[in-house]
Design a protein around this ligand. Structure first.
Ligand code: SER
Length: 316
C-alpha cells in the first residue's frame, strides 16, 4: 500500500529536511507539507502544501478527512527559550495540538503518528551524565514539561486506543538547510553562520556548557528508521532517548578553528537560556534505541563541523 503522509509544521527546522527526505522516499505527491505560515520555495515547488493551524480543530479535521493520511508527523511546537516568554501559549500549542492529532488519528485510523520529544523532559534532579531512559524527571521549563506530559499522552493513546505513535527525545539539532526557531541549543547553529559571515561569534551559553546535540542527517535518518521499524520492535511508546554528540561551545569553536583559524568566540555575561541549559543533561544514554531499532550515530563533532561549513559556505 502506498503511504499518504501529512507533515504538520513543515516549515520548521526539522520539517524542512524531513519533507524533502520523505518526498524522496515516497514520491512528492504522497507527502503533504502543512504549516501555519506560507511554505518555503522548496516545499511549495516540489509537492502539495496545505495551511494548517493545530489549534484550529475544524481545519485540522478537514485535512485528515481530505487526505486520509497513513502517517502523520506533528512538528508544530514552541521551543524552550520562546516558550519561557509565552508560557501559556507554549503549553496550549504543544498540548492541544498533540491531543487534536491523537484524537484524529483514532477517528481516521491513521496507521502511524510521529511526535518529537526532547532532552528538555529532564530537569535539575535527573542524572546529568549518560542520562538514562528512565530516571527522575523534573523539567522546569514549560517546553520541557509540555513534552513530558505529551510523552505520557502518547503512551496513553497507544495503550488505550492502539495508536501506533512513535517518538524521539531529540538532542539539540544542527543543520544548514533551515534555522532553529527559538531554542536553547540554537547557538550551535548560529555559530556556523557567524563564523562564515563575520569570523566571530558571541555565544549566549557559557564556555563549558556541555549539551547533547545531533547533526540533522542523523536526526532525519533516526526518525525514518524508527517509523519504518516493525511495531513489535518498539518497546517504548513514550519517547526514545537519543544521545548524539555532547560538546561545549569551546569545543565546537575549537573544531571550527581547524577550518577557519581566525575564528574568535566570546561569551555573553548573562542570558536566560543559560539556566535552561544548566537544567538539561550533558550527555544521554540511548542504548534502548540501539537495541530496539538498531540506532547508530554517524556524525561525530569533526564530521558534522566539516559538513556544516562545506554546505553553508555556498549559502552565506
Ligand atoms: N532544541 C530544543 C530547544 O533548545 C530542545 O529540544 O529548545
Amino acid at each position: 500500500m502506498s503511504e499518504k503522509i501529512l507533515v504538520i509544521g513543515a516549515n520548521g527546522q526539522i520539517g524542512t529536511e524531513l519533507v524533502t527526505a520523505l518526498r524522496g522516499i515516497h514520491g512528492a505527491e504522497n507527502v503533504i507539507a502543512s504549516d501555519i505560515n506560507s511554505p518555503t520555495y522548496a516545499i511549495r515547488n516540489n509537492g502539495p502544501f496545505e495551511f494548517a493551524n493545530v489549534l484550529d480543530k475544524d481545519n485540522l479535521h478537514h485535512l485528515f478527512d481530505k487526505h486520509r493520511p497513513t502517517q502523520v508527523y506533528l512538528l508544530a511546537a514552541m521551543l524552550s527559550a520562546v516558550g519561557e516568554q509565552k508560557p501559556k501559549m507554549a503549553w496550549d500549542l504543544n498540548m492541544t495540538g498533540l491531543l487534536h492529532v491523537l484524537d484524529f488519528a483514532v477517528e481516521f485510523k491513521t496507521a502511524k503518528v510521529f511526535w518529537p520529544s526532547s532532552i528538555a523532559v529532564f530537569g535539575p534532579h535527573s542524572p546529568q551524565y549518560d542520562t538514562p531512559q528512565y530516571c527522575v524527571m523534573d523539567p522546569n521549563t514549560v517546553y520541557g514539561f509540555s513534552k513530558l506530559a505529551g510523552e505520557r499522552w502518547c503512551e496513553y493513546y497507544f495503550t488505550k486506543y492502539g495508536v501506533d505513535v512513535r517518538s524521539i527525545r531529540y538532542p539539540g539539532l544542527i543543520g544548514w538547510k533551515a534555522n532553529p526557531g527559538g531554542g536553547t541549543t540554537d547557538y550551535a547553529v548560529h555559530i556556523f553562520h557567524e563564523a562564515l559571515k563575520h569570523g566571530k561569534y558571541q555565544s549566549f551559553l557559557s564556555a563549558n556548557t556541555a549539551l547533547p546535540m545531533m547533526y540533522m542527517e542523523d536526526a532525519i535518518r533516526a526518525t525514518i528508521t524508527l517509523m519504518d521499524a516493525p511495531a513489535e520492535q518498539i518497546s517504548i511508546r513514550s519517547s526514545y532517548n537519543l544521545g548524539g554528540i555532547s560538546f561545549t561551545p569551546t569545543q565546537l569553536a575549537d573544531e571550527i578553528k581547524k577550518h577557519l583559524p581566525d575564528f574568535e568566540i566570546s561569551y555573553a555575561d548573562a542570558d536566560p537560556r543559560q539556566a535552561i541549559a544548566d537544567s538539561w543533561p550533558k550527555s544521554i544514554d540511548d542504548s534502548q534505541a540501539q537495541q530496539d531499532w538498531g540506532w547508530k550515530l554517524e556524525y561525530d563533532l569533526p564530521r558534522m563541523t566539516q559538513d556544516m561549513l562545506q554546505n553553508l559556505k555556498e549559502l552565506v
